[in-house]
Design a binder for this molecule. Sequence first.
Ligand SMILES: Cc1cc2nc3c(=O)[nH]c(=O)nc-3n(C[C@H](O)[C@H](O)[C@H](O)COP(=O)(O)O)c2cc1C
Length: 403
Amino acid sequence: MKSTARRGLLKFLAASPALATLGSWSARAEDHPLASAADALDVFDFETAAQKIVPPAHWGYLQSGVDGEATLRANQAAFSRYALRPRRFVDVSHIDLATEVFGAKLATPIFLSPIGSMRAFNPEGEVGIARAAKGKGALQILSTQASFPVEDVTAARGAPIWFQLYTTNQFEVTKKLLKRAEAAGCPVVAVTVDTPAGRNTVTATRMRREDKRVCSNCHAVDERGNPRLGTNTKPMFGGIDMQGVGLTSASLTWDFVKLLKDNTTMKVVLKGIEAREDAELAVMSGADGIIVSNHGGRATETGRGTFDALPEVVQGAAGKIPVMMDGGVRRGTDVYKALALGAKAVGIGRPAAWGLAAFGQPGVERVLDILNNELRLAMIGCGARAVHEITTTSLVDRGPGYR
Ligand SMILES: Cc1cc2nc3c(=O)[nH]c(=O)nc-3n(C[C@H](O)[C@H](O)[C@H](O)COP(=O)(O)O)c2cc1C
């Protein structure tokens, strides 16, 4: 059975008058390799399916990193440094994936990282992600740049979500975003700190040049039908005077954490920490938590995977605040390894977008099912019956050079 959402997307794409300019790209249903979300065996099946139906500019936006994409590749490769060390004759008849972050119960340690403009992949956008997160009891973090406002997504999730904050360059605007997220019931703001001043998006820019369509699905269009690509078209900025507002500010320092804390009742989590010293400074500055992240290889071209950075950040946080991570997580075994090295929860970005693109909400649900099941199997194999039983004793370090 093909989902209605997918048919809707294909119909929308087929109706695009400029489709003919796209050369070899097409959105023909018969190109789609999966008949239903249930047919997917791993998250890469959704990547293949999504590529068939997501137009080039949007695919470039989703898949790309920065510069030559060494960091993007490193994120995924980093997990192979460690092998798993199974244990036998542990009673693994009951496996519990449940965990808690800031006192909130979650059915799984796998959370949905914020991705901007998710209607670029499927009209359901962040609402489809929320419905899937609700079904699977997963935490969702909503981007400042989301295609749907925090109120709609919270309603669809049926429980509080976290709000991802871009700092902006005008604190009055930042305050309005904070108040709106608070009013919607968000208990946590995850402030992204990894892109203070621009980035070099080579692949995304290249692919955008190939794709001349006007896409009203994800971008507002002006009176001439040209897409309005700026930040000010996003729902979270509705009602705000966006004159001169930028998403980030190059001049911010650690004082900003205190400023945020003084201006919000939400817990403040720093998303994008990769060094031990910064973890220590985060604790000293009063941050409530950390997400080790390099924006999915889209910020600085460090060439280092976030999984490689996780141990030093955990060391810096010294158990005083929870450390989470995302970047390159494609298997339940990746999640297992990150939990073993001290992550409290582990985020996925692109895999959820692939599921959404291919099938809408059911696709995201299946992505979560696949990863949860792979995690469960790793726990069974290693004799860890609950998340708190996942420790470094089940890891074998093959050395930093092993990829
Ligand atoms: C297309 C795309 C858009 C993203 N948008 C945001 C965003 O708006 N805010 C943010 O903090 N991170 C954003 N991220 C980074 C993700 O939150 C997350 O850190 C990253 O995707 C994790 O890596 P993965 O995609 O390999 O799982 C984005 C990532 C992608 C791929």
